[in-house]
Design a protein around this ligand. Sequence first.
Ligand code: ATP
Length: 488
Amino acid sequence: MAETNIFQELIAHCKEYGYIFQSSEVYDGLAAVYDYGQNGAQLKKNIRDYWWKSMTQLNENIVGIDAAIFMHPTVWKASGHVDNFSDPMIDNKDSNKRYRVDHLIEAFAEGLAEKDGTNPNGEALLANMDALLAKDDFAGLKALIENNKMTCAVSKTSNWTDVRQFNLMFSTEFGAVADKEGDNIVYLRPETAQGIFVNFLNVQKTGRMKIPFGIAQTGKAFRNEIVARQFIFRMRDFEQMEMQFFVRPGTQKQWYEHWRDERKKWHESIGIPAEKLRFHDHAKLAHYADAALDIEFEFPFGWKELEGIHSRTDFDLSQHALYSKKKIQYFDNDLNEEGKPYGNYTPFVVETSVGLDRLFLTIMSLAYKEEKWTKEDGTEDSRVVLKIPAKIAPTKLAILPLLKKDGLPEIAKELMNECKGDFMCFYEEKDAIGKRYRRMDAVGTPFCVTIDHQTKEDDTVTIRYRDDMRQERIAISDVRKLVLEKIS
Ligand code: ATP
């Protein structure tokens, strides 16, 4: 089946099995905003916990915080977001549809694919676009769109406005009364990082942190994305998991390379195959960066950014020092090559920033499988299965009494009570066992245990493994230990 069809199937599956619903669906939804259902919320939490643990528990020099979504409006002036957090856009005058310039050109370039699958014209076009974006050459971008006769998907015309910048931050008013001067305007944070920068001194002092050290945070971020598409890949309300690593000036390149490699390894540890990940260096560096790359994943719709690794220099801390008129520095009493303390300086920062929702989509697109096979009697069989790695699967164990009678439910409930303090279990006694197994496959539960009449005789149960459908008989007293081993 074509990749795009598979993607549509995955979206439908996410809804059918309680993973993701469109926000406010009863009112026909809100564009690019999604709600996580009972299984989605648990999977998201498991991914978030896995990240949090690997950052804050496995690294002795990284601590976690939880800053508020609202911040003082000057934060966003200092960070450059008020002036710079914008994307070049172009409107089609006939349909009034607005496009992000890079998306319009990328979609056009993809369409240039030649018969043998290579796309030299498309690649040349993209290289041209990158060069123009790097120079903020808006007239050049418009000319590129017009000269290639790119058309609007709605009006089919190439009647374009000039290319303009649009700020992506959402704003709202603070307090009850609207202020004519606009002094009470606050922004919904477009990234979690600034909450870390403005707390740098609080954390460093109260935690007696010594450089190099990191501050990690997970939380909501909001961007008024003009072209929001591809399901939860690009949302207006999403979650980030960011870590800012504060280092001695001059050592940032070494730490940038360190975190680039560590983060790729981490993605592999959560079950993403190495060949589905690659680095993409930024052609145009953001105003704060001296090096930046994306860790890209091969989504069903192509290679796209999953995580950003940015060497942010001392830009953010220096800007907050400037705007707040406070000294934001670190005193380093380690000795340099001349045997003197390094003294006071503004630390440099290497950032790792991954979208939780994008990671969720990554895991789901790898997990979703439609399998078909021929049985021993020659008949065809099939199933839809979510092969989510056991350590992050929402439910770990399904406990299934074969029948609703003969004392089997009582034994099953006892096992449930033994296990549910350690991991998520699900109990089900309705329907034939084969049907229940298929439902657990579709929802991604890695282990099913069936309690039958033999259990009453010899205290054994059948354990069934989701990925290869293998079944074996084990002692009921070993179930909890076995599942704990598999998910640790
Ligand atoms: P893109 O180029 O895709 O717009 P970006 O470069 O603006 O992303 P960053 O500012 O580096 O993204 O944000 C860090 C991470 O946050 C991204 O790698 C991505 O995983 C996630 N992210 C950013 N914007 C969104 C969004 N609108 N929806 C979901 N996740 C997002």
